[in-house]
Design a protein around this ligand. Structure first.
Ligand code: UDX
Length: 430
């Protein structure tokens, strides 16, 4: 089928590449000429495992191309996805101006029956507003339907998540676009093709992300209780996870969740509820616990160092999680900024995110290896659980440090191994 993605960011580019991989004829639109040029030259502006190869393969096969023109994209697509950013506003509500602008642009170019699909994470009732906007600016009075198809891609495993989705959620206002949406997703052979009304589809996204964040905050609240009761949070969540009704995933205690989705989606959901007259106090508590998780990590560091000013702290991992170069709402960046503000010296290492981090942390020293980051440190903090950190040589690490203290905010290491390497060790909930 002929498909268009308007917006070639994390979601649009991955979705377009996967549709092309499955044999569809895809056009990706972006309003940034530099990004379009970059993509046409086969370069990918984001790090996502497997994406560069998939984009190149499908561009060469002629199933994937890039343009700056929305009109060209609308002309091409039988199905046109809106995959533009929905960034948070200061009060936590969602900035829908990009969605509205794209809806108007699409409406101005519509000439044939087209299914317009909201892929971006949007507040409930946005689909209805998009439909109203297209009706209002539909110059050529073309026929169309608006559908909600929220994405559940995790950064670092986005291609895997789309190629093998747990479920495909389709929200409609009439039955007419359903056959086309079934044909689009048929090659993905997903067992759960969930057809529902458009408002429910939009809510599934915010409700799912908020629940995942709630699990994380629950684990972080448990971690504090475990520390004060001599229990081990890893043992507790492992025991919980065997109950299929609970599930082990997303119960890892740490420095708190970050990323471009959870903080934004939870703030948005609280605001959406408020605008509907509901006070989602539970989610406010999820936010509070999340902030407290990072604060507790900082306190552990301060307890060990007494005075932060003038000390050298090494940070292993800057991205908000492994297998991505994304720094948005990364706890590691927040911690580094707080240390720099406290006039500590920061030595940082991350396998993928350092280029982007240079702008965020101009005063930090960026190192070429974990060992270099540990050089002369009064403390070392593991913030992101990159696989390569699992193989660190603890004896070399100890030798490089001025004071042998490691704060492991991801419970990556084993306390006994640390003790035998002569490294003072603190972690989360253990
Ligand atoms: C999330 C959702 O998982 C995905 O379905 C949605 O489409 C987009 O938002 P993402 O933000 O890319 O994906 O990353 P995710 O893997 O969910 O991790 C989010 C944050 O939670 C990271 O900071 C991660 O370190 C943290 N996390 C995750 C924990 O602290 N503990 C856990 O057990 C799991």
């Amino acid at each position: 089928m002929k498909v268009t993605l308007v917006g070639s960011g994390y979601v649009g580019l991955v979705t377009g590449a996967c549709f092309a991989e499955k044999g569809h004829d895809v056009v990706c639109v972006d309003n940034d000429p530099k990004k379009v040029e970059l993509l046409r030259a086969g370069h990918i502006p984001i790090y996502e495992p497997g994406l560069e190869e998939m984009v190149k393969r499908n561009a060469v096969a002629g199933r994937l191309r890039f343009t700056q023109s929305t009109a060209e994209g609308v002309e091409h697509g039988q199905i046109v996805f809106i995959a533009v950013p929905t960034p948070p506003l200061d009060d936590g509500s969602v900035d829908l101006s990009f969605i509205e602008a794209v809806a108007r642009e699409i409406a101005g170019s519509l000439r044939k029956y087209t299914v317009i699909v909201d892929k971006s994470t949007v507040p409930v009732k946005t689909g209805e507003k998009v439909a109203e906007t297209i009706r209002r600016y539909n110059q050529h009075k073309a026929d169309f339907d608006v559908v909600s198809n929220p994405e559940f891609l995790r950064e670092g495993s986005a291609i895997e998540d789309l190629m093998h989705p747990d479920r495909i959620v389709i929200g409609v206002m009439s039955h007419r676009p359903v056959p086309l949406m079934r044909e689009l997703y048929a090659p993905f052979a997903c067992p759960h093709f969930i057809l529902t009304d458009i408002n429910s589809a939009e809510l599934i996204k915010h409700a799912s992300n908020s629940f995942l964040a709630l699990k994380i905050s629950y684990a972080n609240a448990l971690a504090e209780i475990c520390e004060k009761s001599g229990a081990n949070v890893e043992e507790v969540v492992n025991g919980m996870g065997y109950d299929r009704r609970i599930g082990r995933a997303f119960l890892n205690a740490g420095p708190g969740y970050g990323g471009s989705c959870f903080p934004k989606d939870i703030a948005a959901f609280i605001k959406i509820a408020e605008q509907l007259g509901c006070d989602f106090r539970l989610l406010r508590e999820v936010q509070r616990i999340n902030a407290a998780a990072l604060e507790r990590c900082y306190q552990k560091l301060q307890q060990e160092l007494w005075v932060i000013k003038g000390k050298t702290v090494g940070i292993l991992g800057l991205a908000f999680k492994p297998n991505t170069d994304d720094l948005r709402s990364s706890p590691a960046i927040a911690l580094a900024r707080r240390l720099l503000a406290g006039e500590a010296k920061v030595r940082a290492y991350d396998p993928k995110a350092m280029e982007k981090a240079r702008e965020d942390l101009p005063a930090a020293t960026f190192c070429a290896s974990p060992l270099e980051a540990a050089q002369g440190c009064d403390a070392l903090v593991l913030m992101t659980e990159w696989d390569e950190f699992r193989q660190l040589n603890l004896v070399e690490l100890r030798a490089a440090m001025l004071h042998p203290f490691l704060l492991d905010t991801r419970n990556l290491f084993d306390a006994t191994a640390m003790a035998s390497a002569g490294i003072r060790y603190k972690s989360v909930g253990r």
